[in-house]
Design a binder for this molecule. Sequence first.
Ligand SMILES: C[S@@+](CC[C@H](N)C(=O)[O-])C[C@H]1O[C@@H](n2cnc3c(N)ncnc32)[C@H](O)[C@@H]1O
Length: 204
Amino acid sequence: MKKTVEEHAARFDEHAADYDEDQDSEEYAACASLVIEFADPGPEDTVLDLGCGTGAIALALAPDAERVVGRDISEGMLEQAREKAQAHGITNAEFGDGRFRDPQYGSEVDIVTSNFAMHHLANEEKREAIAVIGSLNPRKFVLGDVMFFGLPDPDEPFYSPDVDDPATVGTLVEAFTEAGFAITHARRVHDQVGVLVGERLDGR
Ligand SMILES: C[S@@+](CC[C@H](N)C(=O)[O-])C[C@H]1O[C@@H](n2cnc3c(N)ncnc32)[C@H](O)[C@@H]1O
């Protein structure tokens, strides 16, 4: 991790009010759409969205799911998510404090999602986070994120070495596999952005 959890939280607190407006890239929109499409919850599913930010993924999935739970380290981002839920009359979404390696979530979960957030963790921390997600026993984990399909290039968008620490696709695939997920889809959105879908090997 290039910055501490507290530093990341403070950075996102500061930008929370403008965050949605600033997400104007085609790649961010494409990545979020793929995460939503692959998550595809049913009316009895609980979805846990980690690094939920202002709720882009959780709020889009809420109408199709029984319940969505968002976890993030930035109270400013969480507050935006809660306000958006209220403004849209979404009553089956709950947003609270939690981090990847300690999501503060103890109930059953069917689908875990995460979009554009895990790349803040160092590779070893990502492995731990994916193992924690595996231990929650969801049937599916959908990760959209900054990830390297080729060689890292800080001159290309989505990778700022001072705050980001993305993994190669290979490292992530390995971590999914170690956590008990079979990769069922891998989509490249950009050379530095993609979506991986892991499903339980036991067919849950
Ligand atoms: C770029 S935003 C993405 C937000 C949202 N998922 C989206 O698609 O718009 C990254 C989010 O990850 C959160 N974050 C960073 N490190 C985290 C960690 N260790 N655990 C949980 N959330 C974290 C930040 O607070 C921020 O809200």
